[in-house]
Design a binder for this molecule. Sequence first.
Ligand code: FAD
Ligand code: N01
Length: 546
Amino acid sequence: MSGQTHGSSEELTALKSNVDVVVVGAGFAGLYMLYRLRGLGLQVQVIEAGSDVGGTWFWNRYPGARCDVESMEYSYSFSEELQQEWDWTERYATQPEILRYINHVADRFDLRRDVQFNTRVRSAIFNEATGRWTVTTDKGQIVNTQFCVMATGCLSAAKPPEIKGRDLFKGSTYHTGLWPHEPVDFTGKTVGVIGTGSSGVQTIPEVAKQAHQLFVFQRTPTFSLPAGNRPLKEAEVQEIKQNYIDLRKRAKVSPTGVASYPLPTLSALEATPQERDLAYEFRWQAGGTAYTRTYKDIMLLAAANETAADFARRKIQSRVKNPELAEKLTPRDIYIGTKRLCLDTQYFETFNKDNVSLVDIRSTPIQEITEAGVKTSVAEYKLDALIYATGFDAITGAILNIDIRTSSGLTLAEKWRAGPLTYLGLMTAGFPNLFMVTGPGSPSVLSNVIVSIEQHVEWISDCIQHLTANSCAQIEATQAAENNWVAHVNQLASATLFLNANSWYMGANVPGKPRVFMPYVGGVGRYREECTAIANNGYTGFDIKK
Ligand code: FAD
Ligand code: N01
């Protein structure tokens, strides 16, 4: 695969061998964690597999990559100076712009000097006798630390598909989540894309502009809305900046971490068909994933969901000229929103181009990758380049790629064999002083992730400060609190339609992964309240030791 670690950053620091906190990952989460912990006067070592900061935005350099939460909201809120000085140029920022922003943050707060790049954490072992963790890297380096923070990302373990013959292909191969740093030119090439989730939907229109011929291998048609991306006007940026503090406050207590999303109060089933069409049309034109928040019961009741799905299907059909092709691109057997809703720029219209062909691999499955290209049950597609837009081993993948265990032999992999078990998505019983940022059982990927990251980072740093101030060495989630939390998370999820989808939220995209709905659906605001109350009550549900 062409997307190894590249980049310019030197290894700026020698790895410290003894610290207060090891933070794994230097994306939005790891960098803010470092900033906060430094502010407490702690010795911190961040370890990052990539050659520079950025996480998601370092790795996902595929053409068309951009955020789907508006840039003015998809950014840090912790520094008023930072949010005033940075100018976003588009409603949904491109990957290069977001990466420039993260680099600016790293420089502005002088963060790089505590980050070891090009280094992957392989194991973290808790010594019950000393109460400290031993972290080992792929270079054989060892760091001894009191606390470990996994800021490893929910969508950072790229997942190629299990298709026979993947290594045989003689052309160029790419994964959207491991894209090379040098520009890739598809001009004049015959290209295949496997996967039509958010990454595929963004990259397909861009590759189609260059490729001589593009074959899109689609297993499941996708619900996607026009993003409505556009340049931001100076006046609107200034207006938001003048009210930034208020906007950020509203985001923090909202269900999704997005202040500008509506709080629906009406049921889709109480509206007339005409009223619904008007309401859906309004949301459609507005752009953004708030479409499924047009009514309060879209994600709860099948009949309500069908009204939103039906409108979206009609829109898809109006965007594709050939009715037979339009039908193949139209999702029929999935509730809208139960797989992450995609936002696109000209995705469906791209299939009207002469150089773009849809290969429906549900009716004609891929049998193997050959030296020449992709072979389905009916044809072999000869390709110069093959792009896997096949997603990630999400939420638990990056954490479980690290051998996390205790000296008495408890392993996280074994503990989570039937699905992740956490208290608040922040800690897991049996593993003292090990924190997760946006871990399973927290709102994470169902929210504006930066809002959820900031909340977790602040909670963790406040917790460490509390321990230090009270001369306490250790904190651990109790088994009872964890059991209750897991039951609560599952109970909330079971009242929604999410459990019906073969989604990565459910682990369904990874063979053998337990089918468990991993995020917390109760909303960002409600979740924050629970976390804050627990801390204010002296860390209820946690065992704290001197
Ligand atoms: P990441 O950015 O994933 O960073 C984790 C870092 O940890 C990575 O750099 C990785 O290399 C490193 N790491 C992992 N394991 C190890 C290890 N063992 N050793 C060393 N380093 C390790 N969210 C939104 O809210 N809005 C959006 O619009 C949005 N757009 C997205 C677009 C794309 C293409 C993708 C893939 C995701 C998007 N997300 C979006 C989710 C996005 O992942 C988060 O918003 C956010 O960037 C996550 O930051 P993070 O620091 O938690 O994790
Ligand atoms: O991954 P996905 P993604 N054979 O898992 C197909 C965020 N993100 O990288 O549906 C054939 O969603 C699979 O088919 P199916 C966002 O949270 C955001 O696109 O399993 N096909 C599907 O079509 C997003 O949800 C943005 O039948 C195979 C696709 O590959 C998350 O990251 C942009 C296959 C995978 O879709 C992941 O998105 C990008 C196989 N063996 C990402 N295996 C924004 O816009 C998988 N597929 C902000």
